[in-house]
Every structure is written in structure tokens, then in C-alpha cells.
Design a binder for this molecule. Structure first.
Ligand SMILES: *Cc1c(COP(=O)(O)O)cnc(C)c1O
Length: 397
């Protein structure tokens, strides 16, 4: 079975898992800031914790926070749990990003932050977004924070400028389904050293070291992930995922969580051992992104056309955290490709604006349409598997 995603972990990460070095979190923060083209980075146990902490640290509460509905539900959860109300701006179906033509009307005197997601590695037009926000700041006479959600857009750029370098801060997720991983983990990056220092102080006052049980759990998790994504063993993983509830934490329940709550360790600091894994991953960052771009372009040139699916756009500067294809026959395609030994992902299969906790705030038909039709193809695969996937699509086109 070719997995729908595969963390690129090997001997270096395995060794990092048993390294006893200290001060690794600071080393990871520095290396991460370098790689993402910013002046500083602060590590968190999850991306959601990072966003929650940012809103708390700068004092955004009792306010509205504008975001796209076609993103990870934990973004809305962080907004809600920091005492704010999300407002959803529908997406455009050309690149699945927030439709900036609708942004101005969504901002009001209650808005204190905007969180664009660069979904699937497609960079949002941040020049346009920041100018809309600047106008709104003037109109309402107050600061509106811009936090770029880069969890899907490591290395993505628009007009040569990296995603994550426009906003007041940028948010990254580092769980095993992301471009690079530190087991769990998240990062906030900054260009303003004063703001970074303020948020860092807040983190250090409000986060604590994980207890030994949590620390052990995080280690064991990577130990379990290592064989789970091994080529030959993945058939077993797939079976466990699809036929038993054992791995729900690894897969569905991890993201599609309609309840507004965070895991119990969401305020436990990133561990040195996790940071060591992250540092090892950064060595592979450029190669991973290059492979994603190359394979997305290959699919675009080689997958057959059909009126049963819509291939994704190939855009300048995109990094393809996923290769998102839309189809009206999702279940059928997923089942047929599974028979060819290919696992399709179905990310993102919900619109946050339709989740029970958030429904009735803003209606977003484009987001719902994307959610109901999206599949994504394996991207971190070699040429032979690419051809096998192409042939499978040809046989059903
Ligand atoms: C993964 C992800 C996050 C952060 O998720 P955590 O699991 O909390 O690290 C945020 N936004 C998007 C779009 C994501 O995919």
C-alpha cells in the first residue's frame, strides 16, 4: 500500500530520539528561523498551542478573529479557547485560499486579528491582504494582528518572498503529517524582536516542562511512527487504520475534532528530544520541498484528464503540502485506488464553518464544496510509484 503521506524519518531522527543533549529547543528555534527567513522563532508543543499563546500574549480576547473556513479545525479551536469568536471568509475554488474579495466586508470594529492559511502550500496574496488590513486599521483606529498559518506552506513564496514574512507572526505545525516534523510540536516565527520577546516571556510564564509520563509518551509515539510508515509494514498500518479504531489518534481524530478542546499536554513545553528530531529534519527541508514541487508538476503533466476529477493548479512558488484533486465520486475513487494499492487522502473533508461548534456564524458554500469533493494523492514517492499511480488513474479515466 502506498501511503497517502509519509514522514521522511530515518536513522538521523532515530538517533536524535536517544540523544541526551540539552538546549536543543533553542537550537531548533534558531535553525527554524534561519530556514524560514525570519529573525526569530518560538517553539510550542503544538501549532494550536502557538496560536492560542500568541492571542493570549498580545491580549486579543472578547474579539472577532477572521479566518478561512477551509483549514484545520484546531485554528478555530485556538481562537475560541483564547476567548474570541471566529469569523469565516469563504474560499475561492481556484486555489482553495480565502477569497480576499470578501475580506474587507468581514472586518468590523470587533476584529482584532486575521489568520490567513496558505492552504496546500498555495501562497495567499499577502500584499493585497496586508493592504486591506492596513486600511481597516485606519478605519477602526486599532491594531489588527496578522498571523499567517504556514502549517501547509513551508518554503512557499509569492513573487520571490517567503510565506510567513508578511504578517506579525507565522504559525507552523510540526506533527508527523507535516512537511517536516518534531514528533509533535509547533512554531511561531517573528520579524519583530520586541514582539518575539514579549510572546517568549508569556510562554515561559505559562507553559511548563512535561511530566515524565508525557515525556515518555512523546518518545514512544515517534518510536511507533518509525515502523508504522516503513514501506513493507505500511499494509498493516493501513489495515489498523481502516479496519480498527486503534490508530485514530494518528489519523482521523487528530484533525476532525468537532469538540472545542485541546489535548491535556497543550501547555507542556517542547522537549529537547523533539527539538533534536526537528533539527535533523531541517537538514532535509530543501530536498523535501523540491521533491514535492517536482512530483506535483509530474502529476500535472502525466495524469489523465477526466470529467470525474479536477486537477489542482500548478502555481509559481507553491510547495504542495498536498496534491489536492477534486472529484464528485470520492468514495468510488478512494475504493478503486485502494484496490491498486494506493491510499488517497481526503484532506480537508470538512468546512470549519459547518462543524457543530461553529455553524450558523458564516455560511461558506465554496468551502463546503471543496470539503465534499477533495482527495489528495501521495507526493513523497519515487518515479516508479508515480507511474503506478498514473496508470491506476488511466485505468479508470
Ligand atoms: C496542522 C495544522 C495546524 C496546527 O496543528 P497542530 O496539530 O496543533 O500542530 C494549523 N493549521 C493547519 C492548516 C494545519 O494543517
Amino acid at each position: 500500500m502506498i501511503p497517502r503521506f509519509r514522514p521522511i524519518i530515518g536513522a538521523a531522527e532515530f538517533r536524535a530520539l536517544f540523544s541526551a543533549k540539552s538546549e536543543r529547543v533553542a537550537a531548533f528555534e534558531h535553525a527554524f528561523a534561519d530556514k524560514t527567513g525570519v529573525s526569530g522563532a518560538i517553539a510550542f508543543p503544538y501549532g494550536r498551542s502557538a496560536l492560542w499563546a500568541f492571542l493570549k500574549a498580545v491580549g486579543v480576547t472578547g474579539s472577532e478573529v477572521v479566518m478561512p473556513p477551509y483549514t484545520c479545525s484546531v485554528v478555530a479551536h485556538a481562537v475560541a479557547l483564547s476567548g474570541n469568536q471566529p469569523r469565516f471568509v469563504d474560499i475561492q475554488l481556484t486555489d482553495y485560499n480565502m477569497d480576499l474579495g470578501r475580506l474587507e466586508e468581514a472586518i468590523s470594529e470587533k476584529t482584532r486579528a486575521v489568520i490567513p492559511t496558505h492552504i496546500f502550500g498555495y501562497p495567499v496574496d499577502m500584499d493585497r491582504l496586508t493592504s486591506i488590513v492596513a486600511n481597516a486599521e485606519k478605519k477602526y483606529g486599532q491594531k489588527i494582528w496578522v498571523i499567517e498559518d504556514c502549517a501547509h506552506s513551508f518554503g512557499a513564496a509569492r513573487n520571490g518572498r517567503l510565506a510567513g514574512t508578511w504578517g506579525d507572526a507565522a504559525l507552523y505545525g510540526l506533527n508527523i503529517s507535516k512537511i517536516i516534523t518534531s514528533i509533535f510540536g509547533g512554531m511561531l516565527t517573528f520579524q519583530d524582536r520586541h514582539l518575539e520577546a514579549e510572546v517568549r516571556k508569556w510562554r515561559d510564564r505559562n507553559f511548563k516542562a512535561p511530566n515524565s509520563l508525557t515525556a515518555l509518551k512523546r518518545r514512544l509515539y515517534l518510536l511507533a511512527v518509525y515502523p508504522a510508515f516503513n514501506e513493507t509494514l505500511y499494509g498493516i498500518t493501513w489495515w489498523l487504520q481502516n479496519r480498527t479504531p486503534l490508530l485514530n489518534r494518528l489519523t482521523k481524530a487528530y484533525h476532525l475534532d468537532d469538540k472545542v478542546h485541546f489535548p491535556p499536554d497543550f501547555r507542556d513545553l517542547m522537549m529537547d528530544v523533539e527539538a533534536s528530531v526537528g533539527v535533523a529534519q531541517l537538514q532535509k527541508y530543501d530536498r523535501i520541498i523540491e521533491t514535492r514541487r517536482r512530483n506535483a508538476a509530474w502529476y500535472d503533466a502525466n495524469l489523465p484528464e477526466s470529467d470525474e476529477w479536477v486537477l489542482p493548479p500548478i502555481l509559481d512558488g507553491a510547495t504542495y503540502s498536498h496534491y489536492p484533486v477534486r472529484t464528485g465520486k470520492r468514495d468510488k475513487l478512494v475504493a478503486e485506488l485502494a484496490r491498486h494499492g494506493i491510499e488517497l487522502g481526503t484532506l480537508i473533508d470538512y468546512s470549519v464553518s459547518d462543524l457543530r461548534s461553529y455553524s450558523g456564524i458564516d455560511d461558506c458554500p465554496n468551502s463546503r464544496a471543496a470539503a465534499n469533493s477533495m482527495i489528495n494523492l501521495p507526493l513523497m514517492v519515487g518515479d516508479k510509484k508515480l507511474r503506478h499511480i498514473r496508470d491506476a488513474f488511466r485505468s479508470i479515466a
